[in-house]
Design a protein. Structure first.
Length: 343
């Protein structure tokens, strides 16, 4: 009796395992099909995790233009509009929440080291903001860096080193990371299923999969903008109590490392001073701005530079720092014009 019961339990467990494996295989296949299309981002809500899907990068660097920086870059560009303006290029959104210059450098170096030379783009558009240059939050607290520690099967980041560097993972660490990543796929699988549904039910999406949907990078363009009436007072207090110092040594290292990486692969590097609302311009001391801009110019030399810091009005912002769609359209047009003359 017990032997029969055990056989039934094992048979049921085997069936469940087969069903689970089959569903994972099917969902993974759908996701890879969706990600083979341009401008489809299945990790749209946790954009730092797209780094661990090799199909997003391997053999796809030729013609690509990486849009790198913090969330201001993610909200400030419309990839479909930029794609239309640059028909011989493929814009690819590489910006992520809470990015710092250190974490942008680490992300580019990760792509080079893990995904290889065929993943490297033709151009990198790097958006500069005051917070990016402060390297705040600390690198260990940046979600993209934490994700490398948790989900990369190849490397982790030694955040105690100055500057932070990659360290190789052992076999067991790598297997644990792969398992962790497998358990985080539910959001990507839902997005992949959405992509499949859109493709089957809409001619528009058969022509351009994911257009005008959550499969595009901006997270907040369809949300109601925040109340900004208190921002001028916040900015005044921020400036009055300013105590931060520019991390000059780290800045110089990261800027040189990014420039060297671009030089190794023949990548065009373009710097963009991202737009700021009036309250942002008044919140940061002018001496701080002058210093960080001097450091950037000194490190990047003849790198093409586009100053959009005063491009937008306060109306064009969703909140303290992130452009609304109307603002993103203006930024996209300016950067497209600039790239057309520099590529």
């Amino acid at each position: 009796m017990r032997s029969d019961r055990l056989k039934h339990v094992l048979a049921a467990a085997g069936c469940a395992l087969v069903a689970w494996a089959g569903s994972v295989f099917a969902l993974e296949s759908v996701c890879r099909w969706a990600e083979s299309h341009s401008n489809v981002y299945l990790w749209w809500w946790e954009e730092w995790l797209q780094l661990f899907t090799p199909a997003n990068y391997v053999d796809r660097g030729e013609g690509r233009v990486f849009l790198c920086g913090a969330s201001e870059m993610r909200e400030g560009f419309l990839v479909d509009e930029l794609d239309a303006r640059l028909p011989d290029a493929e814009p690819y959104q590489e910006a992520f929440s809470y990015a710092t210059l250190q974490s942008v450098r680490l992300r580019l170096e990760f792509i080079e080291a893990v995904h290889g030379a065929t993943a490297m783009p033709d151009a990198v558009v790097l958006g500069f903001t005051p917070r990016l240059m402060l390297n705040h939050p600390p690198v260990a607290d940046v979600p993209a860096v934490q994700a490398i520690a948790d989900y990369s099967a190849n490397v982790a980041v030694d955040t105690d080193a100055s500057p932070p560097v990659f360290v190789e993972k052992g076999l067991v660490e790598g297997l644990v990371a792969r398992f962790r990543l497998l358990t985080r796929q539910s959001g990507r699988y839902r997005a992949g299923a959405l992509a499949g549904l859109l493709y089957l039910t809409s001619a528009k999406h058969r022509e351009s999969l994911g257009v005008d949907s959550r499969l595009r990078p901006p997270k907040w363009h369809k949300l109601k903008e925040l109340d900004k009436t208190r921002y001028p007072a916040v900015a005044a207090e921020m400036k009055r109590t300013w105590r931060r110092k520019l991390p000059v040594k780290d800045l110089r290292h990261d800027l040189r490392a990014i420039q060297d990486l671009c030089d190794r692969h023949g990548i065009l590097l373009v710097g963009v001073d991202m737009p700021e609302a009036s309250w942002m311009r008044s919140a940061y001391p002018e001496e701080f701005r002058r210093q960080y801009r001097e450091e950037v110019r000194a490190a990047l030399g003849d790198t093409p530079w586009l100053d959009l810091s005063e491009l937008l009005t306060d109306y064009d912002f969703f909140d303290w720092a992130h452009p609304k769609r109307v603002g993103a359209l203006k930024i996209t047009e300016k950067v497209a014009d600039f790239l057309e003359t520099h590529r």
